[in-house]
Design a protein around this ligand. Structure first.
Ligand code: NAD
Ligand code: UDX
Length: 473
């Protein structure tokens, strides 16, 4: 058992989870020294940028916290070894993407960054350090970390007295776009572990701003698995509602009303029932693939097949959106200009990982259309990287095909376009002067609203032809 006074903490990984999570801990626990570490030099430079608009991550409320705490009790650094040495508690918040090669490729999580972190800790940290898994990991990863910590050749000293560590699981449940609010007011904090003193040390940190009733403690394996299952169930709701969006379109029903009607049932609840272009983000697909891999490993074929369907529906939803666009635009979009509204995987973030916009835009480009892409927070170089197609300077209608250019504003995007396709639910796509926009486009002018953000009747009255997801009339 470990009993320690925690003063100095560090986090390995300064990404979408490590950065905001540590910023909030530093903000709420001024007595702690918090070091956020990364091997990526550019990322750390951006976290340390005096110009707060250049932080590597956009989250509402994040820059204000960084301004208050940075270089007081919150530090961003590439000196990983040095800060690991000093830490009483180390959070691991590195990436755990799907493996692309070798055993389990396409499904299993790649734990090489977790393993590298464990080896660093084993080598440099002092005995008695508490290790907290923040990354989303397959069940039993804490055992792997513990084995590396204890058996690594690095964990040795001249007296051959092995260092002692305790591993806790504390998965992070924040959503991008609302990360700061989620961290300040979480539904719950989950802590799994076997060592009561170590658990208490982490509870004490969270207790600075979160009531004890909201801090749920359990064993390591239930904690690790709860995170994967929570994401799978959230994603399943989206695939379920998306499957019914297609049924609504065929039956003159309206998915928005259906979602509202069923969400009024307390047993179902109103969240995660918005039909759309399918779920994106770095977590849902990767975590379901990981669950599928784990179920297959334990011979639970029926269970893994069940969850594979959730991913299948997600891809199908994106394909059918492209097919609908092509069909509505007289069977061909070759040489036509399409204005794409939104590229981020959801509103209020600059993250594009697994964004439905990537698949949809790639397919539209393959059909020969020319895309003018506007997103308020995603820059053109990121879109270029995601589409793997270089950006063009301009679009020559009916002469060019399969090219894209970036637009600085909505007005810029729609000039001479045949259609607008809303892919991300940014607030500014709700309050559009459709009459004005119509005049800038070619006729017939189409709106494809994959987030059902706009009142169909109103936009039709302004002269548009409108297709809205799950809207049957
Ligand atoms: P990310 O890719 O944004 O950040 C991970 C960072 O870790 C990178 O900057 C990388 O350079 C760094 N890193 C990797 N190995 C390192 C090492 N040995 N030493 C120092 N730095 C190292 O990833 P993320 O979105 O922050 O996700 C991190 C984990 O949290 C993942 O397991 C993810 O599944 C989980 N998670 C993510 C979210 C989310 O919304 N993004 C939410 C909950 C949980
Ligand atoms: C998710 C989980 O919500 C969070 O708890 C976990 O920690 C990380 O993964 P995130 O991916 O950041 O968070 O965003 P989320 O709000 O869950 O949205 C994921 C995707 O689902 C987005 O593409 C979003 O547009 C889509 N979505 C969400 C819908 O299509 N409909 C909905 O009703 C809700």
């Amino acid at each position: 058992m470990i009993e320690r006074n925690i003063r100095n903490i560090c986090c390995i990984g300064a990404g979408f989870v490590g950065g905001p999570t540590m910023a909030v801990i530093a903000y709420k626990c001024p007595e702690l020294i918090v070091n956020v570490l990364d091997i990526n030099e550019k990322r750390i430079q951006n976290w340390n940028n005096k110009d707060l608009s250049k932080l590597p991550i956009y989250e509402d409320g994040l820059s204000e916290i960084i301004e208050k705490c940075r270089n007081k009790n919150l530090f961003f650094s590439n000196e990983v070894e040095k800060h690991i040495q000093k830490a009483d508690m180390i959070f691991i918040s590195v990436n755990t993407p799907t493996k692309t090669k070798g055993v389990g490729a396409g499904k299993a999580s790649d734990l090489k960054w977790i393993e590298a972190s464990a080896r660093l800790i084993s080598k440099y940290s002092k005995s008695g350090t508490i290790i907290v898994e923040k990354s989303t990991v397959p069940v039993k990863t804490a055992e792997t970390i513990d084995t590396i910590l204890r058996s690594s050749e690095e964990n040795n000293n001249k007296d051959h007295i092995p260092k002692k560590f305790t591993v806790l699981s504390s998965p992070e449940f924040l959503s991008e776009g609302t990360a700061i609010n989620d961290l300040l007011n979480p539904d719950r904090v989950l802590i799994g572990g076997e060592d009561d003193f170590a658990i208490k040390a982490l509870v004490n940190i969270y207790n600075n701003w979160i009531d004890e009733e909201k801090i749920f403690t359990t064993d390591l394996w239930s904690s690790e698995l709860s995170k994967l299952i929570a994401n799978a169930l959230l994603a399943q709701r989206i695939s379920s509602i998306n499957s019914f969006s297609a049924l609504c379109e065929n039956t003159d029903a309206n998915i928005k009303d259906v979602s509202q009607a069923i969400g009024l049932d307390k047993r179902l609840g109103k969240y995660f029932l918005n039909a759309g272009p399918g779920f994106g983000g770095s977590c849902f697909k990767k975590d379901i693939l990981n669950l599928i891999y784990i179920c297959d490993f334990y011979g639970l074929k029926e269970v893994s097949e069940y969850w594979a369907k959730v991913l299948e529906i997600n891809d199908w939803q994106q394909k059918r959106i492209v097919t609908t666009i092509v069909q509505k635009l007289f069977g061909t979009i070759h040489g036509k200009k399409l204005a794409i509204f939104g590229f981020a995987f959801k509103a209020n973030t600059n993250d594009t990982r697994e964004s439905p916009a990537i698949n949809i835009c790639k397919r539209l480009l393959e059909e020969g259309s020319c895309l003018s892409i506007y997103d308020p927070k995603v820059n053109a170089s990121k879109i270029e990287e995601d589409l793997a197609v270089n950006q063009s300077k301009s679009i020559n209608i009916e002469k060019d095909a399969g090219i894209w250019c970036s637009a600085k504003t909505i007005n810029d995007a729609v000039k001479q376009a045949d259609a607008i396709i809303i892919l991300t639910e940014w607030e500014e796509f709700k309050n559009i002067d459709w009459e004005k926009i119509k005049k800038m486009m070619r006729s017939p002018s189409w709106l494809f609203d994959t987030r059902s953000m706009n009142d169909v009747k109103n936009v039709r009255e302004k002269g548009f032809k409108v297709w809205s997801i799950g809207y049957g009339k």
